[in-house]
Every structure is written in C-alpha cells, then in structure tokens.
Design a protein around this ligand. Structure first.
Ligand SMILES: Cc1cc2nc3c(=O)[nH]c(=O)nc-3n(C[C@H](O)[C@H](O)[C@H](O)COP(=O)(O)OP(=O)(O)OC[C@H]3O[C@@H](n4cnc5c(N)ncnc54)[C@H](O)[C@@H]3O)c2cc1C
Length: 380
C-alpha cells in the first residue's frame, strides 16, 4: 500500500490495484516499532500519512534491561510504536483518498496471468510469499529456519520503553521483548531456545496452557495483567534472502524479499523503507527494467548491512543462556553492544550515566585495567 501511495501521488495517471487475501480489519500481531530515523524517512516520503502515524503513536527514548531483581535503563534511543491495525487503516484511507483500488478478500493464486496484465507486479506478499515460490528458480531464495522459538502476545501492562526481560526457571531461559504501542496495550514477544522449549513441554500444551505457563514465567513483570492472545502460536524465525530481487516485471518487497530478526527492529520498517527506495528508482529511471535493476543494486547493500547487524543480534538471543551469569549492568552492556554497531563512545554520548555505572562496576571487578566481558564468562 505504501508503494502504491507514493506512485499514485507522484502521477495520478497510474492505474494501481492492491490485492489482499484478508479483510480490511484482519491483522496479526500487535504494535510495530519505528526508530526516529524511519519516521524522518516517512515524513519526507508522504507528509499526510506521517502526520496521522505520529498522531497515533507512543514514543520513548529508553531501552530497559530486566535481569534478576534489577531494571537497567539506557537512554538516548529514540523509538516509537503504533498499533499494526491502526497503521494499516491509515494506509488504507490514504490509498482510498488517492484513488487506488483495494481489493480485499482476494487471493492471488495465478501470478503469471496477473503479471501479464500489468506493467509491474510488486509482490509484497509476506514471509511465505507465493511469488517467491513461483519464481524460485529465477529469484534463488535462501531460507534459513532458526532454532529459537518465539510467540507474539499483547498485554495491558504498559512497558514504557523497549524492555528486554530475562527470566530463568527449571526448564531454561525465556526472553521477553516488550513495548507499549498505545495508551492501553504493549506488544510482548517471548523467545526461547529449543532446549528450554522442549524441557518446558510446550509440544504437548494447548494454546491456553502455553499462555498460562508463560504468564507464570513473567509473573513479576506483568503486574497481574494477562497475556493477550491473537491466535498466538510458537514460530521459528525464518531468515529470508534472495539472490535476485526481481524477475522480468515481478519484484519482491518487504518480508517476501528479506527478513531481519525482530530484536533489531520491525519488518514493517524495512518494508516501508523498501517501498520508498523502489519509488525513488521509478522516479530516476524511465523503464520498469531499469528501475528494478537500480532497486536491486542500490537497496541490496543497505539490506545486507542491516541483515548482518540483525544476524549478530539474533545469535545473541540464540545464545542468551550463556549470558545469564552476567550481572544486570553487564548484561545490559552486552545487549547494547551485541550487534557490534554500537560502540562505547556512542553509549557514552547517549547515556553517560549508564556508561559511568557500567565502567565503575567493571573496574571494581577487574581493577582499573578491566576488560569488558565479551560473553557470559563471569559468574557472580
Ligand atoms: C504472527 C506474526 C505477528 C507479527 N506481529 C508483529 C508485530 O506485532 N509487530 C511488528 O513489528 N511486526 C510483526 N510481525 C512482522 C511483520 O508483520 C512483518 O515484518 C511486516 O509486516 C512485513 O510487511 P510485508 O508487507 O512485507 O508483509 P506482511 O505484513 O506479511 O503482508 C503481506 C500481505 O500479503 C497478503 N498475502 C500474502 N499472500 C497473498 C496472496 N497470495 N494473495 C493475496 N494476499 C496475499 C497477506 O494476507 C498479508 O496481508 C509479525 C509477523 C507475524 C508472522
């Protein structure tokens, strides 16, 4: 929808149809997160939808790390969240305003005939993309099913910041990624390694039993608020890459094209920024072929860099067990620097108090020549 908006806005003569198998109010998930930089990109691309998004979002600047009895806040990280359904509604209204045809409850099964009837087919058909399967030979996707399991819940307990909570029980380690996205609700994603998942016995639990088990694990964090299910199921994160991003007049976009672990930011942000990048290519180039080539050659390096950072972050969470011996402040430092892209200088600039506290604790263990723990080797 976002790509359609940008194209139609730039030239109302474009004849654009969006096909969606779901109804206009159906959605999965809870809230989506944007960084300050993404919001600037959205403002530059379309001020109208940006204004509506920012009217409806919840903003914060802290990452909170909860480990044992401590909560460590690291400031200077500007993020905001919006309800996924709200965002879809904003984009739907904008499409209608511009005269873009939205066909809901319409499954695209025959991609070949659809693409024969148009100049360009943008396949933003999600992580299980039909188009990617149909043109697998040409697009050469690489799919990697990761070992950790995760499940998306909501809750009415408000987490005023991107909160990463670690809890251990007899079965293993559970990590929650949570953040509020409006005045009443937070997203609450729970992730665990396959060993913890097996030992907890989730394979034989019903959805309700799973939810109740996890409510007990995070009892002290949820303040008696239940976990809210939206047909929530355990899933394995699927890492998606494609050697080729388009075939003739079909181009992939968003999750169909690439995924990045949710611990580093939302797939929605990447999908929207793809739409902006693709639109820019159509602005610069005259033919569909040239625009798609330009899209692949300019956007691919950006996504590869992003996926590399997301990969390091994903690996950190896959090995979370190894870090549980760290003290809360060490764990917070390890988390903040996990992707290798945030350096000590960055943290000092963003939150000098946090760094001063971390360095003081590190030095108290190692003397003034202290070496920061790269992983969970210290035990106390
Ligand atoms: C269960 C689940 C919950 C999630 N919750 C969140 C969340 O709370 N916050 C967050 O930031 N991210 C969430 N995500 C991730 C996020 O949804 C994606 O990263 C992001 O939406 C990518 O956007 P997209 O447009 O590429 O794909 P999608 O949002 O997946 O959109 C693809 C659309 O194409 C439609 N479609 C697919 N195939 C066809 C077809 N053949 N014919 C017609 N229509 C078709 C689908 O119905 C869907 O609406 C969630 C993902 C999953 C799987």
């Amino acid at each position: 929808m976002y790509f359609a908006i940008l194209m139609k806005k730039s030239d109302p003569a474009h004849d654009i149809t969006v096909y969606e198998r779901n109804g206009p109010d159906d959605t999965f998930g809870w809230g989506v997160v944007f960084s300050g930089k993404t919001l600037t990109n959205l403002r530059n691309a379309d001020e109208d939808s940006h204004a509506e998004v920012t009217r409806n979002f919840a903003a914060w600047d802290n990452v909170d790390v909860v480990h044992r009895k401590d909560k460590i806040s690291i400031h200077g990280n500007s993020f905001s969240g919006i309800e996924r359904l709200q965002l879809l509604k904003i984009l739907q209204r904008r499409c209608e305003q511009l005269g873009i045809e939205l066909l809901f409850r319409t499954e695209v099964a025959d991609i070949d005939s659809l693409r024969a009837s148009c100049d360009l087919l943008v396949a933003a058909d999600g992580v299980n993309s039909t188009a990617r399967k149909q043109y697998a030979q040409e697009l050469r996707p690489a799919l990697d099913v990761r070992p950790n399991r995760y499940i998306w819940y909501g809750t009415n307990k408000l987490f005023h910041g991107l909160t990463l909570t670690f809890r251990e029980n007899e079965s293993g380690v559970f990590a929650a990624h949570s953040y509020k996205f409006n005045k009443t609700t937070s997203t609450f994603i729970i992730e665990c390694d396959p060993q913890s998942w097996e030992t907890a016995g989730f394979a034989s639990m019903s959805d309700d039993q799973t939810r109740q088990y996890l409510e007990r694990v995070f009892e002290s964090d949820l303040a008696e608020q239940p976990l809210l299910s939206n047909n929530s199921k355990w899933i394995n994160f699927l890492l998606v890459k494609n050697a080729n991003w388009f075939f003739e007049n079909v181009v992939l976009l968003g999750d169909a094209l690439h995924t990045a672990h949710f611990s580093i930011g939302s797939g929605t942000k990447l999908a929207l920024e793809d739409a902006i990048a693709l639109f820019d290519c159509f602005r610069k180039k005259q033919s569909v072929q040239d625009a798609l080539e330009e899209f692949e050659s300019t956007r691919k390096p950006v996504i590869e860099t992003y996926q590399a950072a997301a990969h390091d972050s994903m690996r950190w969470f896959e090995n979370a067990q190894d870090y549980m011996n760290l003290s809360p402040i060490e764990l917070a430092y390890s988390l903040m620097t996990r992707s290798g892209r945030v350096r000590d200088e960055d943290l000092k600039r963003r939150d000098p108090q946090f760094m001063a506290r971390y360095e003081a604790e590190r030095n108290s263990f190692t003397g003034t020549a202290g070496v920061p723990p790269a992983n969970g080797t210290r035990s106390h």
